[in-house]
Write a protein that binds this ligand. Structure first.
Ligand code: 13P
Length: 248
């Protein structure tokens, strides 16, 4: 049985004060320990949040991690630096990174490896654009995104990783994938892994992301291959995020 996981991706929002208030609000409403939960904050808020979240069931993550271990890479933050502040997770390959900041399949694979080298669980984002979906290229795009990471890290590395299927057309648009559309791709991803290693495929958690909210979370989470969510906008409000968490 896979343990479900709900992760908030706060993106570039908030102040230190609002981040702390949001984290406190979430911690106050966690209740029963029925699933894992984490928030990925902006880098600069990580030190304060790591203090606040110490000994809490709310885990901390980063929204990215450098593709190199250290050195002259201005503006980057290494996995070792994140590890020092207790980050359990790091998102890699978010579509906003791929679209606006030039992250490639190869650099995403390098980020994935850097995270794992510091015992940080990478949350690997994959997903197609609307144009790619309309051209029936969804599975081919997923293959390419997965192939690059498998080539760099090996399939066994997915024993300590999380995948997030985030259709680009559903991110921040209010247009959620239907339960069936999401399940179809989640099943495909699990099948892709199973073809290489069945036991890894059984174990890996595949999250859905893209306009997930309290109103649609239950249906998505009921799907057999959807093991939780990567939540953007709705994670910026403690009540909404907790409702999603409690609908698992
Ligand atoms: P929204 O939930 O705001 O659509 O964002 C999803 C996302 O990109 C999470 O990483």
């Amino acid at each position: 049985m896979r343990r479900s996981l709900v992760v908030g991706n706060w993106k570039m929002n908030g102040t230190l004060a609002s981040a702390e208030a949001l984290a406190k609000g979430i911690m106050a409403g966690l209740g029963s320990d029925h699933a894992d939960i984490a928030v990925c904050s902006p880098y600069v808020h990580i030190p304060a949040l790591s203090q606040l979240l110490k000994n809490s069931k709310l885990a901390l993550g980063a929204q990215n991690v450098a593709d190199k271990s250290s050195g002259a890479f201005t503006g980057e933050v290494s996995a070792a630096m994140l590890n020092e502040f207790g980050c359990k997770y790091a998102i890699v390959g978010h579509s906003e990174r791929r679209t606006y900041y030039g992250d490639t399949n190869e650099s995403v694979a390098a980020r994935f490896c850097q995270a794992q080298a510091q015992n940080i669980i990478p949350i690997l984002c994959v997903g197609e654009t609307l144009d790619q979906r309309e051209k029936d290229e969804t599975f081919a795009v997923i293959d390419e995104q997965m192939d690059a990471v498998v080539a760099a890290a090996g399939i066994a590395a997915f024993n300590t990783a999380v995948i997030a299927y985030e259709p680009v057309w559903a991110i921040g648009t209010g247009k959620t994938a239907t339960d069936e559309q999401a399940q179809e791709v989640h099943k495909y991803i699990r099948g892709y892994i199973a073809a290489k290693d069945r036991s890894v495929a059984e174990k890996i958690r595949i999250l859905y992301g893209g306009s997930a909210k309290p109103e649609n979370a239950k249906g998505l989470f009921a799907m057999p291959d959807i093991d939780g969510g990567l939540i953007g906008g709705a994670s910026l409000d403690a009540d909404s995020f907790l409702k999603i968490y409690h609908s698992i």
